[in-house]
Design a protein around this ligand. Structure first.
Ligand code: HSE
Length: 431
């Protein structure tokens, strides 16, 4: 057995950081057996060292490990590995680059910093001969990065659709099943420790877009700037949309999609989506994430697991700590620097769900269907629940497959034409 422990310094001790300490303690004997030496947490940098912390089993004297100066980790030659679980973008970028430059490997759960500054970070890792591991940054508990980098290496991945934000999935599930309103469901997700420090990133689709960019980088072997990912949030969805979607045989989920066209170009998008009830993605409830992909050797396969929360995220971090400590290379620079060719979202062809609120007056429905016809949008089904004359009533339209730009331009015109009372909800349908 190697006498020297493998030493790590951690920046951040919130929901995820405490989970890491708990699992390192809980799995200590197995980790020592697997690695042949102990894993030691040498320092933990936090913003406020005086804040009282819950008792952490195995780390009774935790105050001895705390510092408010990250440089005590980044400049300590005895520390082999930086574990960054603080969140944010600018400061983590500086810490990660400094750690790499000072000869340390890095494990991070921070998808935002990698999606925004990945080019810099992975290039620095490569030039310093160091590695960056980031399993926990995408789909928390699901080892999707390990699968894509190793287990599925023999495959060209041609499409992937995934639920990648636990907070959105929790909110949508609570709205659908418990009838909670959006704000109450979001608050509950925050209390459970699922949401980012700024939950706008979750509900706007930004967090899922960061994660999709990281998966896209591995799958396409390219650098995928975050701007390549088209994203929309869940804020416009109302409880009535769940009822109408269910009647039509669909669940509403926040889905990230990567799909390669025959030309080699890629669709990359994150938005609320109507998913057929029998699809695996529709079965993912609450904070669960799910990934379905198609590989040219394995065909279709799917995985599901918790996508947020303390221990599910820490589980992937501890796995990365072990990979780093064993000297595995894969975390180095998985991406080339080329940017893949993209299919603009306007060219994507899908069916669409549209809910309009209209006055229940003679001729309104006729004018709406004519409007769609004039704009070359073909209607697959239309439903107007019974209403009282003169009052507003929802009209639910499902279109045939239609180019995104034709549909969105048509809806803008419809708004201008004054045919709808209050806006509309538009959700793309997964085929
Ligand atoms: N806020 C993220 C989510 C946490 O809800 O999925 C895990 O990345």
């Amino acid at each position: 057995m190697n006498e020297q422990p493998y030493r790590l310094g951690m920046i951040g001790l919130g929901t995820v950081g405490s989970g890491v300490l708990e699992l390192l303690h809980r799995r200590e004997s197995t980790l020592v057996r697997r690695l042949g030496r102990a894993i030691e947490v040498k320092k933990i940098a936090v913003r406020d060292t005086s804040r009282s912390r819950p008792y952490l089993s195995g780390f009774g004297e935790i105050s001895d490990l705390l510092t408010d100066n990250p440089d005590e980790i980044l400049e300590d030659p005895e520390i082999d590995l930086l574990v960054e679980v603080a969140g944010g973008v600018d400061e983590p970028r500086k810490w990660i680059l400094k750690a790499l430059e000072n000869g340390k490997d890095v494990v991070t759960a921070n998808k935002a910093v990698l999606a925004v500054h990945g080019k810099d970070i992975f290039q620095t890792a490569l030039s310093q001969n160091q590695r960056v591991f980031y399993e926990a940054s995408v789909a928390a508990a699901i080892p999707i990065i390990e699968m894509l980098q190793n287990g599925l290496i023999a495959n060209g991945i041609t499409s992937l659709s995934a639920i990648l934000n636990g907070t959105c999935n929790f909110i949508l599930t609570q709205m659908e099943e418990e009838g909670l309103d959006y704000e109450t469901a979001l608050k509950l997700a925050q209390e459970k420790g699922f949401a980012e420090a700024d939950p706008t990133l979750d509900v706007s689709g930004g967090d899922a877009a960061h994660k999709l960019a990281l998966l896209a980088g591995i799958i396409t072997g390219s650098h995928v700037p975050i701007e390549c990912i088209y994203s929309e949030g869940i804020q416009e969805i109302t409880s009535s949309d769940f009822t109408f979607a269910r009647d039509l045989g669909y669940a509403i989920k926040m889905v990230g999609t990567l799909k390669q066209h025959g030309t080699g170009a890629w669709e990359m998008r994150v938005h609320p989506t109507l998913v057929p009830e029998n699809d695996l993605l529709a079965q993912a409830r609450d904070e669960y994430n799910a990934v379905s992909l198609v590989g040219d050797a394995v065909g279709r396969m799917s995985v599901m697991g918790k996508g947020a929360g303390s221990l599910p995220t820490a589980s992937s971090i501890v796995a990365d700590v072990l990979r780093a400590s064993r000297g595995e290379r894969e975390g180095g620079n998985p991406h080339g620097l080329n940017v893949p060719e993209l299919v603009p979202v306007g060219d994507v062809e899908l069916p669409h769900y549209i809910r309009l609120e209209v006055k229940d007056n003679p001729g309104v429905l006729g004018r709406i269907t004519s409007f769609f016809g004039m704009h070359n949008i073909s209607i697959r089904s239309i439903n107007q629940p019974e209403a009282q004359m003169g009052h507003t009533v929802p009209v639910i339209i499902i279109t045939h497959t239609c180019k995104d730009k034709i549909l969105t331009d048509g809806l803008e015109e419809l708004k201008k034409a004054g045919l709808v009372e209050q806006g509309f909800t538009h959700i793309r349908i997964q085929e």
